[in-house]
Design a protein around this ligand. Structure first.
Ligand SMILES: C[S@@+](CC[C@H](N)C(=O)[O-])C[C@H]1O[C@@H](n2cnc3c(N)ncnc32)[C@H](O)[C@@H]1O
Length: 198
């Protein structure tokens, strides 16, 4: 287990307590912009304890499903425990080595986690493979790139250098990952990156 994995295994299960009702409402509104409809298959990378699951479950309904992925076993167990529904699954794995076949998901989403992924190129590449044609990869942070870097640096420890790519870096990552188009919003209070698969 590397230092970051150990860190999230020790503290990750408590992270959801820091989210406010306002955060959850903002998150819910962001997800609404992506028109998540009944029957969609969604993969949540770095799912933590499943903060996004409830928001997604209400939208994909009984005919859709959600699979969360997290490499911290205590966190993944808590997510599984919190959501014992037939259409919600949790897989303990590193997001750079996803144990899924090609073209399964309509949407791959990641909330408050993309900055922490050590192998972002590989993760984007994997996301491309598990997405269906026309699918989207969406990375959401409720703060902008500069502010998040400052927070992580202040926090220190194994997440000290966890940063989000700027527009140029992201363009290169998406292009290497075969996503032909992407959009980025990076303001003081939001980082929202979306890659579109053809
Ligand atoms: C700040 S937490 C956010 C969790 C969750 N998305 C939420 O909103 O509650 C970041 C999560 O990403 C996970 N994570 C970080 N790097 C990962 C990796 N390479 N593979 C899988 N999970 C990872 C951590 O274990 C942690 O649960």
């Amino acid at each position: 287990m590397d230092e970051k994995q150990k860190y999230f295994d020790a503290f990750g299960a408590e992270w959801d307590k820091e989210l406010t009702a306002e955060d959850l409402e903002r998150l819910s509104n962001i997800i609404d912009n992506f028109h998540v409809s009944q029957g969609l298959k969604v993969c949540d990378l770095g799912c933590g304890t499943g903060v996004l699951f409830d928001i997604l479950r209400r939208r994909v309904g009984e005919s859709g499903f959600i699979v969360g992925v997290d490499f911290a076993s205590r966190v993944a167990h808590k997510a599984h425990h919190n959501f014992p529904f037939h259409n919600v699954g949790v897989v303990e794995a590193d997001v750079c080595c996803l144990p899924f076949g090609d073209g399964i998901f309509d949407m791959v989403v990641s909330f408050a986690a993309f900055a922490h992924f050590s192998h972002k190129d590989e993760t984007i590449h994997q996301a491309y493979h598990i997405l269906k044609p026309g699918g989207r990869f969406i990375a959401i942070h409720l703060v902008g790139r500069d502010e998040l870097a400052r927070e992580h640096h202040q926090h220190g420890g194994p997440i000290d250098h966890d940063e989000l790519p700027d527009r140029e870096q992201l363009a290169e990552m998406f292009s290497r990952g075969h996503f032909p188009n992407f959009e980025l919003t990076d303001t003081k209070s939001l980082y929202l990156a979306v890659g579109f698969k053809d």
